[in-house]
Design a protein around this ligand. Structure first.
Ligand SMILES: CC(C)(COP(=O)(O)OP(=O)(O)OC[C@H]1O[C@@H](n2cnc3c(N)ncnc32)[C@H](O)[C@@H]1OP(=O)(O)O)[C@@H](O)C(=O)NCCC(=O)NCCS
Length: 143
């Protein structure tokens, strides 16, 4: 069960540096948006999208619950190593799913690295089902 002193709350712009440091320590993989501008742009566009688990002023978990009116997309599910296996990822996903449901979302999607078997177990436990028929297609914008 999640610790009583861990709080789930939306991130604010002043969290950006700490969130990036937390991701460097706890997240799997990186993104093209991993800088202060990237995090602040997310929060400018959707202030409720980045959900944090915090213990006092320490960030111990995160998930991005991105809703664009069409899809409900989950990114950056991560828990600080010393806080794992206490139900924090379940609590973060519940907060994200509650947000999506309140906004009219019908299904949540996540991209998960093929080799990340621990994450596969966490997603499965939370009720997510792997789809074999998709591959990601990407095009970075230059300049
Ligand atoms: C994956 C991750 C977010 C799970 O966070 P967590 O808070 O430890 O997960 P929870 O405690 O909520 O566990 C939920 C369930 O996931 C499964 N699970 C999580 N970690 C597991 C592990 N190391 N081995 C086996 N099962 C695991 C279990 O079924 C667990 O339920 P249980 O503890 O009741 O058995 C965490 O390990 C992490 O941050 N990993 C690095 C970042 C990452 O890979 N993120 C996912 C990107 S797609």
């Amino acid at each position: 069960m999640i610790d009583t002193d861990v709080e789930i709350r939306p991130a604010v712009p002043s969290d950006a540096e700490s969130v990036l440091a937390f991701w460097r320590e706890s997240a799997e993989g990186t993104s093209i948006s991993d800088d202060v501008d990237g995090v602040r742009r997310l929060l400018d566009r959707d202030p409720e999208a980045l959900i944090l688990a915090v213990d006092g002023d320490r960030i111990v978990g995160s998930v991005i619950a991105g809703w664009d009116g069409w899809r409900a997309s989950l990114y950056r599910l991560a828990v600080l190593p010393s806080y794992r296996r206490r139900g924090l990822s379940k609590a973060l996903l519940k907060a994200a799913e509650d947000r999506f449901a309140a906004l009219g979302g019908r299904r949540a999607d996540a991209m998960v690295l093929e080799a990340n078997e621990r994450a596969h177990r966490a997603w499965e436990t939370a009720g997510y089902e792997r789809q074999e028929q998709w591959r990601r297609w990407v095009k970075p914008f230059s300049g």
